[in-house]
Each structure stands twice: as C-alpha cells, then as structure tokens.
Design a protein around this ligand. Structure first.
Ligand code: BG6
Length: 462
C-alpha cells in the first residue's frame, strides 16, 4: 500500500458550470443572444433557453454548494449578458447579476474561479465573422477590461478561454461550427493573440490576481507500439495539448504543429507584432479539463478512416496523419465516453514535468442518466468515477506534481453541450427533462453527501 501525500492545506475543492449551460434567462434583463442561443439544436435535445434556470435560483444554488463545503466555484460569465452585441454598450443588469453571484460566493467563503469565455461568443460578433475577424480580438480585450474593472477587486483567479482546443477540434459540438482547417487555425490564432493581450492586461491592472488558460488536456496513447502509431500519437499530442500550453507558458507556437499547419496549407495570417505579443505573455498557472485519455493510430494517405466511431470525444482524424481510435482496455459510460482514471495521473504528470506551473483541474466528471426515486438519486456510478479520479490525482500529488485545486463537472445538473439535459453531471439534481420543464426543483444526489465528506476530510475520505 503506497503512502499518499496529503493535498495542500488550502486545496481548492469545488465544481464547475458554464453560463449558457446553466443560467437560462437567455433574453432577459438586456442579455443579447450568443451563438449557443441561435445554433441548430441536436435533434431530440433541449435548447439552452431555460437550462437549469440558475439565473432565477442563484442564491438557492450557491447555498447548496456552500452546504457541500465548496472552497471554490468555477462559473463562466456570459459575454453577451455583459455586452449584449459583443462590442457595444455595457449592460448594467448583466454586471449586477455577476456582482451578486460573486458576493454570494464570498459570503460563504467560496473562492470564485471565473472563466471569461466558455463557448458562447455573442451572436453579434459571430455575424461580423466571429474569430476569423481580427476585430474580435479587440472586442475580447475590451470585454475583459470591463470585467477586470468591475470584478477585479473580488476575483483572484481568472480563466481565459474554456477548451479552445476543443473549439478547434470539435467546433460543431460546441457551437463554433464547421470550417476548413485553414479557417480554424486562423480563428485559433486570433484567440491566442487575444488571450495573450488579456493576460498582459490582467497582470498590468491587477498585479495581485492570477490568470491562466483552461484547455482540455489528455494523455494520448498510440494504438500499438508500431512506430508509425507512436509518431501519430506524438503529433496528435502536440496538436491537441501542447500547442495551447506552449503558447500560454512559453509564448511560442509548438514546432511540430507549425510544420503540420504548413504541410496542410493552414498557417494563419499574422500581423507583424503577433509573435511578439504571444512571447510577451505568460500564464500564472495551468487549468485544464480532463474526462479521459485519447488513443490514436497512424492514418496513411488514401486509407479509409475506421476508428473512433463509438466515442465522440476521440473521433478526430486527419488523413495522412492520425485517426482517433477506441481503447480496448477501457470501459465506456452510457454516453460512449471512455473512462480512464490512470490516464488522469499520467496527464497531470506530463503537464507538470513539461511546464512546472501550479495546476488546477477545472472539469472532471461523468455524464449519466440519473433516476429520481422518492426524492433520492443513487448515483453510485458518479461517485465511483470521481473517487477513482481523485485517487489518481492524489498519486500524482504524491509523485510531486503541484496541484492546488480540483473542480468536478458539474456543480448542479445542466445541459450537456450536445447530448441534452438527460445527460446529467451534477451533485444536485434539477427536476426537468429535455422537453418538460416540470418544477425545476433541486434535489441532493448521493454524490452530494459523498463529496461533502471528501471536502471535509481534504480528500482523505473517498
Ligand atoms: C467540456 C466542456 O468539454 O465538457 C463543458 O467544457 C461540457 O461545457 C463538458 O459540458 C461535458 O461535455 P458534454 O458534451 O457531455 O456536455
């Protein structure tokens, strides 16, 4: 039995949500539409108009998180609630909502961990070309400036962009749409420049606060030990993971990704100062989301893609380079996502040894069908998933990785990005279905009581 090192004394235990998946009130109090409000909804799943109706249950919801003993709560700010068209007037009611939310967290000693942008670009900006349009960089910097002015006194931890890598790899699922590789990496480049400018602005304006990126990072396994598969995995790791962290930490484009973009005729157009801007910014910590590992194999040119059918998260492929594949050693959730707690330890150690920055996990969790019976939800599958991942995180801490916090996904039930309300992630059950809003009443799941015990024992009682 291995002796485990304890988690830090002030370890930030908590959980996460995002604005469009939880708030509802999609057009209330001056909020403008985001791309999520107007996108084509996956058949048989709910739209995002009411969601969990957190906008109208905010105090009740935060009280439930406080009851679990949360040390942090990660939420995102809806850009189009604060600036309805993305680059015009500021909406005072939007500012008020987030100000109240922050105060409510602080009232219970919960540290707010704020994502400024989580998949919900204002529709007004999308209509002007979205991230392909360089002007979106200025709009983003201004939006963040407004946030820093209004909340900089109370927020100590900021996250820039949620899962920028998934927006590039899986745009269709998360509301950015389908584009050519050239266009995707142009959008990506603008986001990277915008992020660098915002990190610099934050450091200048608010020297005592900390800011970091929040990509989805996962260890990538080669399907076999055939060197061609290993090479494919290595390239895919650079494209999926290191591109985003190399820029946030070292301020440089990953060399393998650069060569890959060159080969695919997809290098972004740049302004003369762009590389210097990227070089000038450095994050204070690395936040990342982890759900499972990835497995890839080589995909020689002219081969038909055969892998990655079942698991939507692994379905990336690029002919001539790599194809996502299933991993026969790993089980699946009911929604076809593979489960790999050991890969979590590997991922933490890979990130820490490459960058040596403090780490916080900003999402980790299991989406499943939950059943409400006599006011109870026996979600042992969720508890098992989280327990096994927290154990592996503890092993990584014991290995020596500097981890200062952990957020599950999600604090309360919300709408999945593309699989509807029936795919639940929360500790708190919200009584509605995809097409029946019912009473939106909140119920504590079994995992609620379990996580409370985890936090109270600083991760000892799993
Ligand atoms: C992450 C996102 O990709 O995974 C969340 O940051 C999302 O917004 C979560 O909800 C789970 O994915 P899904 O598709 O099951 O909602």
């Amino acid at each position: 039995h291995k002796e485990m090192k304890p988690f830090k004394k002030d370890f930030l235990w908590g959980s996460a949500t995002s604005a469009y998946q939880v708030e509802g009130a999609w057009n209330e109090d001056g909020k403008g539409p985001s791309v999520q409000d107007v996108k084509e909804i996956v058949p048989d799943t709910s739209d995002f108009k009411v969601a969990t109706d957190h906008y109208h249950h905010m105090q009740e919801d935060i009280a439930l998180l406080a009851e679990m003993g949360f040390k942090t709560y990660r939420f995102s700010i809806s850009w189009s609630r604060v600036i309805p068209d993305g680059d015009g007037e500021v909406n005072p009611k939007g500012i008020q909502f987030y100000s109240d939310l922050i105060d409510e967290c602080l009232k219970y000693g919960i540290e707010p961990l704020v994502t400024v942008y989580h998949f919900d670009l204002p529709q007004g900006l999308a209509e002007k070309g979205g991230w392909e349009n360089r002007a979106t960089i200025d709009a983003f910097v201004r939006y963040c400036d407004v946030l820093f002015d209004n909340f900089g006194d109370r927020i100590k931890l900021w996250l820039t962009i949620n899962e920028q890598n998934m927006m590039i790899l899986h745009g269709a699922a998360v509301g950015t749409g389908e584009s050519s590789i050239k266009s995707l990496y142009q959008q990506n480049h603008h986001m990277l420049v915008a992020q660098a400018l915002v990190m610099n602005l934050c450091h200048k304006k608010l020297p005592h606060v900390k800011i970091g990126p929040a990509p989805n990072i996962s260890a990538v396994y080669p399907k076999t030990n055939n060197p061609a598969d290993v090479e494919a995995a290595d390239l895919y790791t650079a494209i999926r993971n290191w591109l985003y962290l190399d820029i946030a930490v070292y301020g440089v484009y990953n060399h393998q990704v650069w060569a890959y973009l060159e080969e695919n005729d997809a290098l972004p157009d740049m302004e003369p100062d762009d590389l210097a801007i990227l070089k000038s910014a450095e994050c204070d910590f690395i936040a990342f989301n982890y759900y499972n590992s990835s497995t890839v194999e080589a995909l020689p040119s002219g081969t038909e893609r055969k892998a990655g059918k079942k698991d939507q998260q692994l379905s990336d492929s690029q002919e001539g380079f790599f194809a996502g594949s299933d991993n026969e050693y790993l089980p699946y959730t009911e929604f076809g996502w593979q489960i790999d707690p050991t890969g979590f330890r590997t991922t933490i150690n890979q990130i820490y040894s490459r960058y040596r920055k403090p780490l916080i996990i900003t999402e980790n969790g299991l989406g499943g069908f939950d059943k409400l019976e006599d006011g109870k939800i026996h979600d042992t599958y969720r508890i098992d998933y989280l327990r096994n991942h927290i154990k592996q995180m503890n092993l990584a801490v014991t290995d020596g990785a500097d981890v200062f916090g952990y957020c599950t996904w999600s604090a309360i039930d919300l709408i999945s990005t593309h699989q509807g309300f029936r795919k639940r992630y929360g500790f708190v059950y919200v009584n509605r279905e995809d097409f029946d809003l019912k009473d939106l009443k909140r119920y504590r799941k079994d995992s609620f009581y379990w996580y409370k015990g985890v936090i109270a024992s600083n991760g000892k009682n799993l």
